[in-house]
Design a protein around this ligand. Sequence first.
Ligand SMILES: *[C@@H]1O[C@H](CO)[C@@H](O)[C@H](O)[C@H]1NC(C)=O
Ligand SMILES: *[C@@H]1O[C@H](CO)[C@@H](O)[C@H](O)[C@H]1NC(C)=O
Ligand SMILES: *[C@@H]1O[C@H](CO)[C@@H](O)[C@H](O)[C@H]1NC(C)=O
Ligand SMILES: *[C@@H]1O[C@H](CO)[C@@H](O)[C@H](O)[C@H]1NC(C)=O
Length: 318
Amino acid sequence: MKLFIPIVIVLSIICFHIQIGTTQSQQSVDPWIFQQRDLLYQNIIDATHIPSLFNADNSNNCLWGLRLQFHWQYNSGRLEATGSNINQQSWWADMNYFLSVIPYLAAMRANLVPQVIITPPSDPMIASKVCTTFETCNSTMMARWYNFFETIVAHQNGSSSTTDSELLEIMWMAHTESIHVALEKFDRELKLFSEKESKFGFGWANFVEVISIVNFNTNFTQVTTLSADLPNRMLKFTDFPPFITNMTKDMNNIVLAIHSIADLAKTPLWNPFLDTLRAICKKPACQTLIDNKIQEFVSHPIPTILDILFNIMSSCSK
Ligand SMILES: *[C@@H]1O[C@H](CO)[C@@H](O)[C@H](O)[C@H]1NC(C)=O
Ligand SMILES: *[C@@H]1O[C@H](CO)[C@@H](O)[C@H](O)[C@H]1NC(C)=O
Ligand SMILES: *[C@@H]1O[C@H](CO)[C@@H](O)[C@H](O)[C@H]1NC(C)=O
Ligand SMILES: *[C@@H]1O[C@H](CO)[C@@H](O)[C@H](O)[C@H]1NC(C)=O
């Protein structure tokens, strides 16, 4: 009996504490665990559904592209995960942070998704390069993502008549800004890969710039098609496209094409090339022509995508 009272007091203090804990603290999400980062995607895709633009099943939602890329990165070993734990020094995982947590923070600001606390990475080097709150992230990048989610909110409440292609453009402005911010930060991580994989990663970031200019629709169908032909494992020093063993011809072609983009992107010719592409894509007929070529490339990759773009560009500029 003498012991009973202190135990009751201790227990009630503990219970009180737990209750405060569950009612007052927000849920934490650790984006370095595959399933938890994936859940962020599920939340923003569900919350941005506009049935009149994205179909009843949300399959035309352009945010699918981000989630499907993340799945490809995981399945092909690019997140260098141990079980569910993503390697914080994986360049792909670091780049993807800016295309998952960053949009989520902006969607949270627009009150589209549950308010959560993002767990910082345990690796101090990576922690110094990523932000975990809207206020502490690069303001230009956040403004662009916020603009995308605000446009969605306005559409959902009936005060905007943006088309799906306009929304796509707004998404691409935010997407490319995320890549620009992240690409500068993770140069060291990119060089931790084999030379072939580093070149593929760098080429991929620049290929994304090309498809942003043509306003490529990153909906479920288009990115599922693209993902099927992406290299199913990381590239090794001994991989020589188009002769990479255990990869399909399409995968070999994608590697060749992306490597050729990486070669050009390292030269001073790259920015003028992008500027010309931007100018030409202002003509709707040329934009459609180039977008169709990219769509064809995505379903039947060829090693010479740049040559084809150059040809269309020269005939379109006449
Ligand atoms: C995805 O985008 C492409 C190109 O705009 C379009 O043809 C296709 O119908 C879209 N998919 C869905 C499911 O709406
Ligand atoms: C709809 O959303 C926009 C953007 O957030 C906001 O400015 C506007 O006041 C909202 N309108 C209504 C009717 O809720
Ligand atoms: C945001 O990032 C861009 C691109 O890296 C950079 O030019 C700009 O200075 C940054 N802005 C801020 C506020 O840090
Ligand atoms: C190709 O696949 C075979 C059989 O699955 C495997 O033994 C071999 O190590 C693989 N080669 C490469 C280069 O991955």
